[in-house]
Design a protein around this ligand. Sequence first.
Ligand code: IPE
Ligand code: IPE
Ligand code: MG
Length: 245
Amino acid sequence: MSLKEHIDLQRLPQHVAIIMDGNGRWAKKQGRPRIFGHRNGVKAVREVSEAAAELGVEYLTLYAFSTENWNRPQLEITALMALLVETIRKEVSTLMDNNIRLSAIGDLQQLPGKTYAALQEGIDITKENDRMTLTLALNYSSRWEIVEAAKEAARAAQLGKIKMDDLDAATFAEFLATSTPDPELLIRTSGEHRISNFLLWQIAYAELYFTPVFWPEFRKKHFYEAIIDYQHRERRFGKISEQIV
Ligand code: IPE
Ligand code: IPE
Ligand code: MG
């Protein structure tokens, strides 16, 4: 039986989020510049997008560039932004072939013009696709998103569109940049065990999966392993085991 056949298709996570990490260290390991690692990360993106769509996962969210990543050396940032343009343009056909809709979250207006334009173009071309939504988190940080949502909620209250006292977790979530259901599974590659400002609100009850595999080496089988691991977890949501059917 292949790894894929061990997956119960009736119990798939609807939304998987991934912190794609380890590109730099993977490159360094073979004496290559960090950008070589980023370039090789593109194949992993393609593989995982395909694997997720083929299984029937409805939403895949990939952390591609954090707000804090602006603190990296300028050379790496420039190369990464150029790689994003090149990749989005090149991968649009793969997205069309797989009926995948492209989406993005983050402070997108602050991206370099060319990156923003390529992104908007990709989003526009794929907007009718409906098998899976692939969301790129770009210039994203969760605290930024939550603060923006708080500002929006306050504005709505000021304008009388909502009543302050009616605000609860569900109505507040409507002000977040993410309009997807919360991810049930969060994967981080490269052996780091942290969240790095990603989807803090949305992962309140997500299952966390950490793998030592560096992102450029992440393949379909690693994705399947994560899903199988997820399917062996008991999600209790505060209840006790005996209450779970
Ligand atoms: C993840 O790989 C990609 C981005 C953050 C853009 P890194 O570039 O963080 O690689 P490491 O963690 O330094 O190995
Ligand atoms: C998180 O990875 C951001 C992305 C994957 C885009 P980092 O490599 O930037 O995270 P830290 O700084 O090691 O926590
Ligand atoms: Mg990293």
